[in-house]
Write a protein of this length. Structure first.
Length: 266
């Protein structure tokens, strides 16, 4: 699914940049356990279905100084299976599994530290691909979809004082989910729906231990919330063997993760 994206992204690396300002560049590898929590709602606000479970992943990041600012390039991949609970087209309760693949690649700029303000400004752009494959179970047909969107974020980075070669830090960002689209894979031709633009928030907090001049470890927790607005409606003659209008409902994503990272500074 992601091979064509990986071939053009081998130089994009990921995770949180060690910010002690004593190093020109750093390379970080982060492993994470991602709690996936996705819900869809009808026009009255009633829950249609939800998908929850844990997905492992890895993130790579390269960071370097840009005068007194810092710029980071990152890439992450999460791949796993979660539980699906909802209902069929005719309203019958239904449970199955969903294969999830999430790919992100982007760039982040962190401003220089100012003595007049306790935080540093963060700005980032991230390109997202989410492959969602609802599996066929109990004679109920599955559905394969791929979501893509741009994410712009603006936030603040806070860092505590270094004590015993360690320090605490936190990032808080607001998100703009821009130009989200969903591709539905159908037997007689794929269909694309345009989802509603929306906003979200993200919080990342952790602790970093400086092992020596070149190596450090970090442990962190993150949580994020964002929405996709209800899509436009399109007509198809091949949706579960029927000729119907299809619409992607409004959805909410409330994901969290536990992260462990190693950084090499040079």
């Amino acid at each position: 699914m992601f091979k064509k994206h990986l071939s053009c992204s081998r130089l994009i690396l990921a995770s949180y940049f060690f910010s002690a300002n004593n190093y020109a560049s750093s390379l970080e590898v982060m492993t994470s356990l991602y709690h996936f929590n996705y819900k869809e709602f009808d026009t009255t606000g009633e829950l249609l279905d939800k998908e929850t479970g844990f997905i492992p992943g890895i993130k790579l990041q390269y960071s370097t100084s840009l005068k007194h600012d810092e710029i980071s390039l990152y890439m992450s991949i999460h791949d796993g299976q979660v539980d699906y609970s909802g209902e069929t087209q005719n309203g019958t309760p239904h449970r199955t599994k969903t294969n999830q693949q999430l790919f992100k690649a982007g760039v982040q700029l962190k401003s220089r530290k100012s003595s007049a303000f306790p935080a540093r400004l963060l700005f980032s752009y991230t390109y997202n691909i989410w492959d969602r494959d609802i599996l066929t179970t109990n004679n109920v047909l599955g559905l394969h979809e791929r979501y893509t969107w741009d994410e712009f974020s603006l936030g603040l980075n806070f860092q505590g004082d270094i004590n015993s070669n360690s320090f605490y830090w936190a990032d808080f960002s607001t998100l703009l989910i821009y130009d989200p689209k969903m591709l539905v894979y159908l037997e007689n031709g794929n269909k694309t729906l345009r989802l509603g633009v929306n906003i979200g928030v993200r919080l990342l907090a952790g602790k970093t231990w400086m092992i020596n001049n070149s190596n450090s470890f970090s442990a962190s927790l993150s949580t994020e919330y964002f929405e996709f607005g209800r899509s436009n409606s399109i007509f198809t003659d091949d949706f579960f063997g029927q000729s119907v209008f299809i619409t992607e409902p409004r959805s909410e994503s409330f994901h969290s993760s536990m992260n462990i990272a190693y950084s090499y500074h040079f």
